[in-house]
Design a protein around this ligand. Structure first.
Ligand code: KG4
Ligand code: ZN
Length: 344
């Protein structure tokens, strides 16, 4: 069979993504285009994603974003051989916009449609930058919506969860702590920047679920967020001026410490030699540095896609769609449903 072009559509949260990849006859997957429109600015004043605003923004951005991806690649819609779309997990209304659009493109072109899992997409995207995954790898998925450790036997089908957060996602903790410190939303980038100027050992914030009787691979960040809030409140009540850089650096150290400690342990316990870190929080400087350090010490190969690929985009869905297509999986029916709670 010849090369096939896959269009990927993403609309699970606040990013409208359209990506194009080329699936080679040898199973290789190459990035052709990656267009993203974000409604993040419209949510900023609410301190979090507002579902209705996200849905409306997807509706407006969908067709122009697909067109931008086509322009970027120099391809035409008629060059598309398959359409992949995020079926879940995500916001119900937001998912519907992407899936409806994908059905329209697939039906109009007479090409197969593949409803795929957003979380698997975050892992599959790494193959665009670093090539095929080894037989078995571990993925640490850290974003505003999810924080999970996943064992990946086949990115197109066999992924098993080995741990997840029992409360807030890591990115959510960043966003909430930013709010406490009067930093803008989303909180990851400003905290990352402030932390670079602070002392990570200034304040000893708690490391959630790291006790001897705690679940080895699960995470908890809500206690950490509360500890930051309480610390700031106590200092302010005592009339002491707080050092925002120190709070950020100490908070960030607690997050990076727990994430990397548990990821490395899970890799070792499952005898896996490759760790992929993806999702918006993977852009964090301290997380990347600590992961590099600890993976090197443990003899684990670390793969972190570039930030642009780590945050939500259409290329990750196109990449996953290409792997699913290559695996010979049956396409989804044209009346496929969305699933806001779709498990990995
Ligand atoms: O993957 P993503 O774009 O969207 C989903 O949540 O699916 O991730 C967004 C999250 C936000 O919570 C944001 O604060 C966080 O990723 N983030 C960061 C950084 N950049 C973005 N967190 C820590 N450090 C960063 N540099
Ligand atoms: Zn995501």
């Amino acid at each position: 069979t010849a090369d096939r072009v896959v269009l990927g559509i993403e609309s699970s949260c606040d990013e409208t993504g359209a990506g194009l990849v080329r699936l080679g006859a040898d199973g290789s997957v190459q990035l052709l285009a990656d267009a993203v429109a974000s409604s993040v600015d419209q949510h900023a004043r609410y301190g979090g994603v507002v579902p209705e605003i996200a849905s409306r923004a997807h509706l407006e951005a969908m067709a122009p974003t697909v067109q931008r991806a086509l322009d970027e690649s120099g391809l035409r819609l008629s060059d598309v051989d398959a359409v992949a779309v995020t079926a879940g997990p995500g916001l119900a209304g937001a998912l519907l916009v992407g899936v409806s659009a994908a059905k329209g493109y697939a039906a109009a072109l007479g090409v197969p449609l593949y409803g795929v899992n957003h979380l698997a997409g975050h892992i599959a995207v790494d193959t665009l930058q670093h090539g095929a995954l080894p037989e078995r790898s571990l993925a640490l998925l850290v974003s505003g919506g999810h924080t999970q450790l996943l064992l990946v036997d086949d990115v197109a089908g066999r992924i098993t969860e080995v741990g997840s957060t029992i409360d807030d996602a890591a990115g959510e903790a960043y966003d909430k702590v930013a709010r406490i410190l009067d930093l803008p939303y989303p909180g990851g980038p400003p905290i990352d920047a402030q932390a670079a100027l602070g002392d990570p050992e200034a304040i000893d914030f708690p490391r959630g679920l790291t006790g001897p009787r705690d679940a080895a691979y699960d995470f908890s960040f809500s206690g950490l967020k509360t500890a930051v809030a309480r610390w700031v409140e106590t200092e302010q009540q005592a009339g002491r001026e707080i050092s925002v850089p120190d709070v950020c650096a100490s908070f960030q150290e607690a997050v990076a410490d727990v994430l990397t400690r548990k990821a490395v342990r899970a890799a070792q316990d499952h005898d896996v030699r490759t760790l992929v870190i993806s999702g918006g929080v993977a852009a964090n400087a301290r997380l990347a540095a600590l992961a590099r350090e600890r993976c090197a010490a443990a003899g684990i190969l670390l793969r972190v896609p570039k930030p642009r690929l780590c945050t939500d985009n259409g290329a990750m869905i196109a990449a996953l769609g290409a792997h699913v297509l290559a695996s010979g999986t049956e396409p989804s029916p044209l009346d496929m449903a969305t699933d806001p709670g779709l498990p990995v």
